[in-house]
Design a protein around this ligand. Structure first.
Ligand code: EPU
Length: 420
């Protein structure tokens, strides 16, 4: 077991340059997409985070060979050796559900454990299942596993009742090997979905409407290998932008795509931070001593991301006034609030709203990380809390942030990982 210890300081000013890693939520579907071909798929800008290693463990069980050198991955699934994603693997990483569509499309069969409960509320996969059924799959639930079968999937017109990121990704992958045309309506428009579609096009799929709500896919009989670059992680970038704004810092973020951060940048500017474009892929944030309160409502891209909600809440604890944060994507995604209260924040939760009263000086304490983004928010809070904060159960942070303590340390934070 490990924890992260932070020696916080109200007067901390983070300063320097930080390189942003590849996107966790873009690389996971890209790895799953390699199941659609027997050829090699080469992916660049791989973030070295735990979810990537969990995905690779699963892929190995399914029959893939891979070679990961630095941030470059070559992966090949010459033959599917197993069609089953076990409960042990799905339990540690819900995104394992991403193998359902490609496995079914390539080998006519997929058995994937039902993800079940999760720290950020109930996260059903009914829309993945309904979509695959529309493509002709017969799906049953047996002993906690989804069992999907189809001789060859058949293109269909599918309307998602609700926008779903991994649901859209599963269906785009499955449709790429289906017979005929598939139209997907009300698709998630997140850049991670587009990054996957671009990979599929390189593999030979015909896809129109990338980045839009309606995506049309003409299925191919076979897909081939490809070379593809994973986009930068917009949530890691957003987290460091908040770190700069929160500490009145001066941080330059390198290797990012500012266009994916427009809503986050808008909110940070409104709060008082100065954000300058240095180059196409470089941004600088300069924090202001006066942070303005504001109301934030999470919504699908290009709206304000739920994955930045916890980090913004910390910023709002330092605003001069009251902010209301409304979480519309997931129920129970306020588990960080109780921990922030332990650090001295003044937050009241009522249903899907959190009322954050600023400005409250925070003081260090023992806290527990409950999920990935909650952990990021606790680290941010620890940076400006007076004294020592220990973030326990820190393995959540490693699922999606590469070397977070080294990156923060290089900016001047006093932070270390401790084995317990
Ligand atoms: N939903 C359904 N039925 C479904 C699928 C989704 O009702 O079949 C609902 C969910 O319960 C939720 C909403 O639709 O209310 C959106 O969920 P979505 O399916 O978009 O979430 P996801 O695909 O499971 C991805 C990211 C999450 C991110 C969300 C929202 C990956 C691997 N995960 O999850 O990332 O929060 O989209 O943007 O891409 C994280 O990185 O920390 C993380 C949780």
């Amino acid at each position: 077991m490990e924890k992260i210890r932070i020696l916080g300081d109200h007067n901390l000013r983070l300063k320097g340059e930080v390189k942003i890693s590849g996107s966790k939520n873009a690389v996971l579907p890209a790895i799953a997409a390699s199941l659609l071909t027997q050829d090699k798929v080469r992916l660049g800008n791989i973030p070295l985070v735990k979810d990537v290693f969990s995905m690779l463990t699963l892929m190995k069980e399914l029959g893939s060979d891979y070679d990961l050198k630095k941030n470059a991955l070559t992966i090949q699934v010459k033959k599917i050796l197993s069609e089953e994603a076990s409960y042990e693997l799905v339990r540690v990483m819900r995104a394992s559900i991403l193998v359902l569509g490609p496995l079914l499309a390539r080998s006519g069969k997929a058995i994937v454990a039902l993800p079940g409960g999760c720290a950020i509320g109930s996260r059903p996969i009914d829309l993945h299942i309904a979509g695959l059924q529309k493509l002709g799959a017969s799906i049953t639930l047996e002993h906690g596993y989804i069992k999907a079968e189809a001789e060859r999937l058949q293109g269909a017109d599918i309307q998602f009742e609700k926008k779903t990121v991994t649901g859209t990704e599963n269906l785009v992958m499955a449709a790429s090997l289906a017979r005929g045309e598939t139209v997907l309506r009300n698709c998630a428009r997140e850049p991670e979905v587009s990054n996957l579609c671009e990979l599929l096009v390189k593999m030979g799929a015909q896809i129109e409407g990338i980045g839009e709500e309606v995506i049309r896919i003409k299925g191919a009989d076979e897909l081939g290998g490809a070379v593809h670059e994973i986009i930068p992680d917009r949530i890691e970038a957003g987290t460091f932008l908040v770190a700069g704004a929160l500490t009145q810092g001066d941080i330059t973020l390198i290797d990012i795509q500012p266009v994916h951060l427009i809503t986050i940048i808008e909110k940070l500017r409104y709060s008082g931070a100065v954000i300058e474009t240095i180059k196409d892929d470089v941004l600088r944030v300069i924090g202001s001593p006066e942070i303005k309160p504001q109301d934030i409502t999470t919504s699908p891209y290009p709206g304000f991301p739920t994955d930045m909600q916890a980090q913004f809440m910390v910023l709002m604890t330092q605003a001069s006034g009251t902010s209301i944060i409304t979480e519309t994507i997931f129920d129970r995604r306020f588990s960080h609030v109780n921990e922030l209260l332990r650090l001295g924040a003044n937050i009241e939760v009522s249903g899907d709203k959190a009322l954050v009263k600023g400005k409250t000086p925070l003081s260090g304490a023992e806290v527990i990380a409950t999920d990935l983004r909650a952990s990021a928010s606790l680290i941010l809070a620890g940076l400006i809390a007076g004294g020592e904060t220990n973030v326990n159960e820190v393995e959540h942070i490693d699922r999606g942030y590469e070397a977070i303590e080294e990156k923060l340390k290089s900016l001047g934070a006093r932070i270390e990982r401790i084995k317990i």
